[in-house]
Design a binder for this molecule. Structure first.
Ligand code: GDP
Ligand code: MG
Length: 163
């Protein structure tokens, strides 16, 4: 019964890159289940000596409902309901999109602890978006770069503190 951290957000914000960064080679538990949960990847991360289950929500393109938000909600709903902590990711280079805002509204109503992640913020990129992200009402955004590995150690510390 490890604590469960779910990575959520619209396509292309860098969820899978963050998943791989957190899980590293400990992907023995990765399971692609057929049907609704297709492409949902699970792995185990070690953070400050604690084992944590990480779930990467995906498969949005294959889900049935009409709108992008509908697909996000459908693919995230069961994972979010199990989450001890949700990492809600935005793309700091793209800024906040209407879909991000819509999903954030839905997420706030799920009554799960959420950490707001402003990804793709390597160097000084994304500073404006990180500020803008306060308006989502999900607390202080944590700027990082999953691809370049910047801010990951801080993220792990925050996750462990929040669990
Ligand atoms: P997902 O659809 O949310 O799972 O996003 P992916 O992890 O597949 O990443 C989408 C794209 O964003 C890929 O081309 C990644 O290489 C890129 N990406 C992910 N993280 C970063 C980052 O920290 N900085 C930049 N510049 N690009 C990133
Ligand atoms: Mg992905």
């Amino acid at each position: 019964n490890l604590p469960i951290v779910v990575i959520a957000g619209r396509p292309n914000v860098g969820k899978s890159t963050l998943f791989n960064r957190l899980v590293g080679r400990r992907q023995a538990l990765v399971s692609d289940q057929p049907g609704v949960t297709r492409d949902r990847k699970e792995g185990e991360a070690l953070m400050r000596g604690r084992r944590i289950r990480i779930i990467d929500t995906a498969g949005l393109e294959e889900a049935a409902p009409d709108t992008l938000f509908g697909r996000m909600r459908a693919s995230s709903e069961s994972a979010v309901s199990m989450a001890d902590l949700v990492l809600f990711c935005i793309d700091a280079r793209a800024g906040i999109t209407p879909t991000d805002a819509h999903f954030a509204n839905w997420l706030r109503r799920q009554n799960r602890p959420v950490m707001l992640i402003a990804n793709k913020a390597e160097g000084k990129a994304g500073t404006d978006a990180a500020l803008e992200a306060y308006s989502l009402g999900l607390g202080t955004p944590l700027a990082l770069s999953a691809e370049h590995g910047e801010g990951i150690s801080d993220l792990m510390g925050e996750i462990v503190d929040r669990l």
